[in-house]
Structure formats: C-alpha cells, structure tokens
Write a protein that binds this ligand. Sequence first.
Ligand code: CA
Length: 232
Amino acid sequence: MADFSGNVLVVEDDRQISKFVCYTLKNEGISCDAAFTGQDALGRLVSEPFDVMLLDLGLPDMDGTEVIQKVREWSEIPIIVVSARDQDKDKVGALDSGADDYLTKPFSAAELMARVRVAARHLRKLGERAAQMPSSVGGLQINFEKRLVYLDGAEMRTTPMEYRLLALFFKNIGKVLTTSHIIKEIWGVGYGNDTQALRALMAALRRKIEKTPATPRYIITEIGVGYRLVDE
Ligand code: CA
C-alpha cells in the first residue's frame, strides 16, 4: 500500500488476533502498536501520534463504545471497530458513537487492508479540509503547512505549545471552545482540568498577538465557558 505508511493502533485483547493484525500491517509497510485494554488505548492515543485505530468492541476493562465516545471528545482519528458476528447491535452503537467503519470477525488479511485503506482516505480528506480552512483573521495569519504565524505581515515566533493553541482556534474560527475541550486538545485526556496551565499559555499567546492583551481583539474570553477566536 504505497500511499499509506502511517501508524496504526490496534486495540485488541485477543493476543492471537492482535499478532495477526500487526503482522499483516507490517507486511504492507505500516507501523503497528498494540494496546490490550481500553485504558491502555486511551493512554497511548494522547501520548503518541496515530493515523488509524482498530478497536475490538469486547475489551476486558471497558466497552469499546465507551472508548470511542472518549476519543471523539478530542480526536477525529479514523476508528475501525472489530466485532464478532453476534455483536451487530454493538456495531451500530459504535458507529453511532463516531466509529468510521467496521470489520467482522473472523476477517482475512485482504479485508483488513481494504478497511485500513478506506480509513487512510478519510484521514487524507480530513487533512485536505484542514488545508482549505480559512487561515487569517484581521492581521493574524496562520500557515498550517509551514507551521508559521504572521502578524500584520511579519512572521511571529511562537513556541510549539503556542502554535498548537492558535492552530486549534484557527480550526474553529468563530466557535466557542470550552476550557476543558482546549485542555484535552492541547495536553490530552490524562491532564484533567488544570485551567492554570491554559491561562498561563493563553496569556503568553496574547502578549504576542494582541496589541493590548487586557482587551483582546482576536481571542476573546467567554466568561465561565472558554475562549473564542473572533470571526473577523
Ligand atoms: Ca475481545
């Protein structure tokens, strides 16, 4: 599969199936990491970049649907659920919760690769959508491809965290982002609800982009809710 060489997270408690899936993916030049529980999967997802998640619905510690709901609070990663034939109801629930596709056990290597290819196409579409997103508000501009920020035409230095925060706002222009949503996006689910770190990061970003940080023109505070990047 020449057009996709990404990193797949395989969440499956059956070691034999997990081994078979990873072997098949690696044969096609795709990296594979295995998680054996739902908690393990969630932890991996926040600390490492993955392109696709293959998720068994029957996990020992939590329901696969619950994993999907948690992941969908902060990530658009394509999710392919894997279920046994007698779990049709669960499969529908998983798709309703935000899974992209499914595989029914037992499946062949060819079926597996067909599903992963479809998921990789979804991922590309997400990327295209990101590239087409409006990238300037007033004199503030972002270049997603080069990861650069400009203010009134001049390139502005940002730390990686400041860039991530600003990029998140640019992907949601005009939308209120809740404090907890931002924290999950920037630091991951394991970070809890530490608003202190977000306030410090926001202050640092505002000192760079706002002429008068006390009365911001770009990123507005929505008291008691979160923040919003103004829509012009
Ligand atoms: Ca299982």
